[in-house]
Design a protein around this ligand. Structure first.
Ligand code: FCB
Length: 440
């Protein structure tokens, strides 16, 4: 049997996001977020689920950190709820909101777990949405102010700061497909939103560095490589064209090359965003790390349509399980961009977990999904990709956006009735990987 050993300082972790796990949606001075508003709107979320309580992590974080410790996690990626610390997004700050993250960080450090903070994982203060949200460029400046508040408070202990989680999803799922808050469907708005978020990213990086130039600033991108369903020259060409015109490359090129991708720009026609002088330099400032969120690939046929052939394994999200595409993505990025060190900031799978009569959750498919993806990352590292850590999505089952509680991604099972946590088999297996720093 082959043993894939990782570098001794490789950071094994798990990830979550504020709206998906915290609950306490209106407690201790927290303001309303666009996800509170969206989930409270009938018809938006499967079963009418909301994040009002979800995993109740706001109250149970000591127990959750004890579980992280049991797993042996070396790092934990979480996001900060902007409206919890600045209820209307502008001023004033809510001291109790800041205290929550302060206590969380202290407890993580006491458990020897490195905190990785994400400043925006989609829960914009509703008060800012009422002023035009990300369509309004002012929001980018408020975001920089909020960044400074957080970094001043936590920067002595939190060394890694990601500005945005998946700006593509925030811009497009929220403003083009209408599936996420605030539920808009308009390409012109979506592209301006994407641009304003990129400006916010740039201003936020500046804010982080002006508080402490030694901090590590980065961004987290969702990447779904486009691949041909058939290995014909025609299909390969079409798949490449789809990638060139798509959303993933929009964020890669603007952030790491300082310009919009030409094919997508042309395709957008009159819907291209308004860009102010200096924006592209701001957006493409050098970063200290990049986070990669990888779940699956997009398969297209010769017409460029997404297809779902029978045969491959699919997760509960209907996402194809395709570990080799992960390797191809990482090595391609490494060839085509001058990237800072990479972290896998999300990778994981949702399956229909059952609780066995013995109380255990046997989830061999999740274990095998993770194992195969770890091996692909190992392979990419062998081929020279500078990768520093890996955060499994997710630490625990949680509110999966539009799908509510119907999709379970956790290493830890959450019983939403009793709030009981149970380590799934995959969690126990992962603890072994971390202990050995190797995958078999
Ligand atoms: C990503 C999100 C994360 C989670 C996973 C399944 O796009 O960043 O919050 O929902 O998908």
């Amino acid at each position: 049997m082959t043993t894939y050993r990782f570098p001794s300082n490789f950071l094994w972790g798990a990830a979550t996001a504020s709206y998906q796990i915290e609950g306490a949606w209106n407690e201790n001075g927290k303001g309303e977020s666009i996800w509170d508003r969206f989930s409270h709107t009938p018809g938006k979320i499967t079963n009418g689920d909301t994040g009002d309580l979800t995993c109740d992590h706001y109250h149970r974080y000591p127990e959750d950190i004890a579980l992280m410790r049991q797993l042996g996690l070396k790092a934990y990626r979480f996001s900060i709820s902007w409206p919890r610390v600045i209820p209307n997004g502008m001023v004033p700050v809510n001291p109790k909101g800041l205290d929550f993250y302060d206590n969380l960080v202290d407890r993580l450090l006491a458990a020897n777990i490195q905190p990785f903070a994400t400043l925006y994982h989609w829960d914009l203060p509703q008060a800012l949405e009422d002023k035009g949200g990300w369509r309004n460029r002012d929001t980018a400046h408020y975001f920089a102010d909020y960044t400074a508040v957080m970094v001043k408070r936590l920067g002595d202990r939190v060394k890694h700061w990601a500005t945005f989680n998946e700006p593509l999803v925030a811009a497009f799922a929220g403003h083009l497909w209408g599936e996420h808050a605030p539920g808009i469907k308009d390409e012109k708005i979506a592209l301006q939103t994407a641009h304003n978020i990129l400006v916010a990213h740039g201003l936020s990086v500046q804010a982080i560095r002006s508080v402490d130039s030694d901090l590590q600033a980065g961004v987290v991108l969702s990447l779904w490589p486009v691949e041909p369903v058939e290995d014909t020259p025609e299909n390969i060409t079409v798949a490449e064209k789809t990638w060139q015109e798509g959303g993933d490359i929009l964020f890669l090129d603007t952030i790491f090359k300082g310009h919009y991708p030409p094919a997508g720009w042309e395709k957008a026609g009159d819907n291209v965003p308004q860009i102010m002088p200096g924006d592209m330099a701001l957006i493409s400032q050098k970063l200290d790390f990049m986070g990669v969120n990888y779940y699956s690939r997009q398969l297209v046929d010769v017409t460029g349509e997404r297809v779902r052939p029978e045969g491959p394994e699919y997760t509960e999200m209907n996402w194809e399980v395709c570990p080799p595409a992960f390797y191809r993505l990482l090595t391609r990025l490494n060839r085509e961009y001058r990237l800072p060190p990479l972290y896998i900031t999300e990778n994981g799978s949702s399956f229909k977990d059952e609780v066995s009569p013995d109380g255990a959750v046997h989830d061999p498919r999740r274990e095998s999904y993770l194992r195969e993806h770890f091996i692909q990352v190992h392979k990419a590292m062998q081929d020279g990709v500078d990768m520093r850590g890996y955060f499994v999505w997710s630490l625990m089952d949680n509110f999966e956006w539009g799908h509510g509680f119907t999709k379970r991604f956790g290493l830890i099972r959450v019983d939403y009735e009793t709030q009981q946590r149970t380590l799934k088999d995959s969690a126990k297996w992962y603890a072994g990987v971390i202990r050995e720093n190797a995958v078999e």
